[in-house]
Design a protein around this ligand. Structure first.
Ligand code: BGC
Ligand code: BMA
Length: 392
């Protein structure tokens, strides 16, 4: 049996462990790190154990935690701040704030998880918060609010919609009415754009016909609304679309809040395809126009991050998913991505590299023969170049 003190020492050792770049991996675009930045082991023991041996003689978990994963991210007072999806053993998720000074290690949860105003009795589960520091001065959290579908007998039938909260400090939260999209029955993966567009609040949406299938939903949508305290979107324009036989065939969805660069907004999103082994989630990037953030101006072919090594296995295997990234003032970019709905990692790059990646990676040619042509062009250029290099 372990004492509470031992459990706490173990936890403190984990929190103070240094992280290192993962030398197994190189692609020039970003670096991976050896250790995940948040796991269920980063949960303070006082969230799980009753520390009093009189009440807990076997020092057993009374309320275990299953997983810590998809996290919104921002810099708050200079600290790397994550609002993580924490999932109990009971499958219910909730949000909790963890902070670190450097962004790649040392994330520590605040003493209490986020206690959102409980305004909606049907809401059963909440997850995947995107944190937007909006130019109106508020920090918004947009998340998936899930309820049982009252109109469907199937026990698993659910309804997903976008919940909206706002705060100034991640401590006091005001709940606003859920987003209403007049033309889409369900929503998940909704992200609030950080600036007004045509004087309005702008949301990236993900129109869906039902809980899992996007159906006729063609991709990542974009819609404007006048009033954030009663957010209603009529038309959803398409930004990055789903395409046959690509990484977005089954679904796609906005991830991190778009990052502003001189050349456009950079979006880090997810794409899903179906396989015999279930859905495969990967992370991809694209850029949209500075003046019209719904207009895609560059979209590299294929994925940027797919689950690799240990990342491949977890509660929902073969998933890489992001809902938060931080572009630090020094030009470094931290992409927080979860693997297999189990743990959270960071991939680090710079704004310069990310821009190079998004604007100079060839687009998906969509057909095998054209992919071969694309690759042969690169090979030919290289063989020519390398021939001339000989003897140097
Ligand atoms: C789960 C999410 C998942 C969604 C769609 C929800 O019940 O909590 O993790 O993305 O279903 O599969
Ligand atoms: C989704 C997301 C995530 C999750 C993924 C894979 O639809 O909203 O919560 O990581 O499925 O299960």
């Amino acid at each position: 049996m372990r004492s509470y003190r031992q459990l706490n020492e173990q936890y403190e050792a984990l929190i103070s462990r240094e992280n290192q770049m993962d030398d197994r991996f190189y692609n020039g675009i970003y670096d991976r790190w050896i250790h995940p930045v948040l796991t269920h082991e980063h949960i303070p023991p006082f969230w799980m154990y009753d520390a009093d041996p009189a009440a807990n003689p076997h020092m057993m978990q009374r309320l275990g935690i299953n997983a810590v994963f998809n996290s919104g991210a921002m810099l708050l007072d200079g600290k790397f701040t994550l609002v993580a999806r924490v999932e109990g053993m009971d499958r219910k998720s909730f949000f909790a704030v963890a902070q670190s000074d450097c962004g790649t290690e040392g994330f520590r949860f605040w003493d209490y998880p986020v206690q959102l105003p409980d305004t909606c009795p049907e809401e059963t589960n909440v997850y995947d918060m995107r944190l937007t520091q909006h130019e109106d001065g508020w920090i918004y959290g947009v998340f998936c609010s899930e309820s049982k579908d009252p109109d469907n007998q199937d026990l698993s039938a659910a309804v997903a919609s976008a919940g909206i909260v706002r705060t100034r400090d991640l401590k006091n939260w005001e709940r606003l009415p859920n987003l209403k999209t007049l033309r889409s029955p369900q929503q998940r993966n909704v992200v609030l754009h950080p600036e007004f567009v045509d004087g309005k609040y702008a949301f990236y949406t993900r129109p869906m016909d039902d809980f899992i299938e996007t159906g006729s939903g063609g991709g990542i949508g974009f819609g404007l609304c006048e009033d954030i305290t009663n957010a209603v979107i009529d038309e959803e324009r398409m930004t990055s679309v789903r395409r046959y036989h690509t990484i977005t065939e089954a679904k796609n969805g906005a991830g991190a809040v778009p990052i502003k660069t001189d050349r456009g907004w950079i979006h880090i999103a997810h794409g899903v395809r179906n396989t015999a082994a279930g859905l495969r989630y990967v992370i991809y990037a694209f850029a949209t126009d500075l003046a019209d953030p719904s207009k895609v101006i560059a979209e590299p072919g294929g994925f940027m991050i797919a689950p690799l090594y240990e990342e491949r296995v977890g509660d929902v295997s073969n998933v890489a998913f992001t809902n938060g990234a931080i572009a630090a003032p020094d030009g470094r970019v931290y992409i927080y991505y979860a693997s297999s709905d189990t743990r959270l990692h960071v991939a680090t790059t710079t704004l310069e590299k990310l821009t190079d990646y998004v604007f100079n990676t060839p687009a998906d040619p969509l057909r095998s023969p054209d992919c071969v042509k694309q690759r042969c062009q690169l090979i030919e250029k290289n063989l020519e170049y390398l021939k001339n290099m000989k003897g140097e």
